[in-house]
Design a protein around this ligand. Structure first.
Ligand SMILES: [Cu+2]
Length: 189
């Protein structure tokens, strides 16, 4: 530390040397960096700063495909890997989906509608294809009394926009493995 900086550190304001502080020492580093991060956050804020800086800060806002049918109780999806296993949404809380967690109840059947009671969940998770990231948490499947019915406590959506709810499944009764993808839209908080 040079003499001027040392002097400024000990008696900055009284001596009128505050301007020289920017070039001295390390204490100014972190606060400069923090300010820069704040500025950076606003680059992606496409909604004019209306308050949800949490997601817009990290990524530019991404609208859902307006042609996507709204998710509702009864929405069905056939496995697109093998066409062997079908999932039907019984309920979603909340619905429509919001940023955060959603609890789902889903009925799984063969493609012909026979309830599957021997399901193995290889993986169950949320994924945002346009940004290439997953949700933070994965839900835990829980078998309910109704044959083929499972509850999932917490599909995690970390931002609004288009997401996928993905089930990687295996069932001997259905004839093997399959992969269900529900395309969904996560709306405003
Ligand atoms: Cu994203």
């Amino acid at each position: 530390m040079n003499t001027l900086c040392k002097l400024a550190s000990f008696a900055p304001l009284a001596l009128g040397l505050s301007l020289s502080l920017a070039g001295c020492g390390d204490d100014k580093g972190p606060s400069q960096g923090h300010d820069h991060d704040q500025d950076h956050d606003h680059v992606g804020d496409t909604d004019g700063g209306t308050g949800d800086a949490g997601d817009d800060a990290s990524y530019p806002g991404t609208p859902c495909d307006p042609s996507l049918p709204p998710l509702m109780a009864g929405t069905e999806q056939l496995g697109n890997a093998a066409g062997k296993i079908k999932g039907k949404l019984v309920s979603s809380d909340p619905l429509p989906l919001l940023k955060g967690n959603a609890n789902w109840v889903v009925d799984f059947t063969t493609k012909d509608g026979v309830p599957l009671t021997d399901l193995e969940f290889i993986d169950v998770y949320t994924y945002m294809p346009v940004h290439g990231h997953h949700g933070t948490f994965k839900p835990t499947p829980k078998q309910l009394t109704e044959p083929g019915r499972y509850e999932f406590d917490g599909f995690n959506f970390t931002m609004r926009g288009p997401w996928q709810v993905r089930f990687e499944l295996s069932s001997e009764a259905a004839g093997g493995d399959d992969y269900l993808i529900f395309d969904v839209c996560v709306e405003e908080e």
